[in-house]
Design a protein around this ligand. Sequence first.
Ligand SMILES: [Cu+2]
Length: 144
Amino acid sequence: METSPKPSEAPNSKSSPTKLIAIVVVILIVVGVAAYILTLPPASTAANVLMKDDGACAASAAACLFSPTSYNATVNGPAVVWKNVGGVPHTATSNSTANGSLPSFNSNTIGQNGGTFSFTFTAKGTYHYYCNIHLWMKGIIYAN
Ligand SMILES: [Cu+2]
């Protein structure tokens, strides 16, 4: 009876460092995977309209534009996705004066270097919109 615990202690004392190493390895793997996921670029969103600029967007600069200038959207989706591929922030803001009673939309500021905004058009019509930061940037969405 007294001798039986002694053999079981020996494997225990050997397995403790092994368990510790295993735990450390698991932690390292988890931390490594988490760091990898966190440093991945955001999933690329398929954009329909790109916001382009020359990095300055001086008043009335032709280099600042929505591309394409006009885009055909489908009512009730898929959503239209704007992507800012320029070097300064932009917005996609509906021109409620020109659009009358059509639903309005406003992206608020879309960050440069890849910021996106999506909007699903729910009513057929011609939507004029502009950048609220650079008022000379204008675009049209034809929702059908
Ligand atoms: Cu802009």
